[in-house]
Design a protein around this ligand. Sequence first.
Ligand SMILES: Nc1ncnc2c1ncn2[C@@H]1O[C@H](COP(=O)(O)OP(=O)(O)OP(=O)(O)O)[C@@H](O)[C@H]1O
Length: 306
Amino acid sequence: MNTTVIEVRDLHQRYDDFEAVRGISFEVARGELYALLGTNGAGKTTTLDVLEGFHPPTKGQARVLGHDPLTERAAVRQRVGLVLQEAGFYKDLTVAETVDAWRRWTPRALERRHVLERVGLAHREAVRVAQLSGGEKRRLDLALAILGRPEVLFLDEPTTGLDPEARRNVWALVREMVAEGVTVLLTTHYLDEAEHLAQRLAIMHAGRIVTEGTLGDVVAGRGTRIAFRLPGVRPSELPYVPGLTRRSVRADGDAYAVETDEPQEDLRVLLTWAHERGLELTGLEVRRPSLEEIFLEVAETERVAA
Ligand SMILES: Nc1ncnc2c1ncn2[C@@H]1O[C@H](COP(=O)(O)OP(=O)(O)OP(=O)(O)O)[C@@H](O)[C@H]1O
């Protein structure tokens, strides 16, 4: 059944005279992972804060499991797990003591050993929190978030500071939770993380959702990329290749990416143009854009428009 677990309707959030969130709407269904992406200061954490019941929205609505997360906090709190950007641990407690302390306040809590094994911290039980690495603290955060078998997980940049292997382990855990029916709202600056985990995603910029949908939806509106290297050619020459129907040409040093709706025709034009000049397009590839490219374009376009 496709039940809505998280619902945000025309949400606005103002801090004094600054509007950090400017009317966003989205829904997340049970067992779905939805990623909120965005430039620094886009309003992601502010949106999560409202959904976590930390403060009321200035305007609009937020619902979690059908409840107002602030005024009906009691109905939501035990069913939600949080990984915040800054965790507040008692640094003098060991990992085991920290989990045990949380277990005392958590109904239906998982066994300490089990939860630490799930996040890969079982071997650090006796270590004081102050001695953990940044990545290990992040994993302890995650352990506490899943301790009470939550139906909903809010993960605010859960893998920041983790090494690549630890990130993969967290991804595997999050995937398991989603497979078990947990609903996840994730913010991340790692676009590959969103690509790997999210069923749907939104890219926010300056308080608004600029694009939203499945990865396929987000990519669909964009042109194909013809990417190559061309040392010794000035970037200004390429947009003027006769017959090129490109939407845009981006240059990064000698690396070029031509965005086009007609890849076959534009590839032919480019190859002919290069052949006539005795130039070689090295590392040539034709592909759909990556989420990272879309993200950068959204940020750039919006900045120019602002
Ligand atoms: N308590 C506050 N008082 C005033 N302004 C705030 C407050 N909290 C956040 N802001 C501002 O609101 C905007 C949105 O911040 P928010 O933390 O929601 O962004 P974000 O998308 O999570 O950013 P990041 O990716 O950098 O974590 C920023 O300009 C921030 O400076």
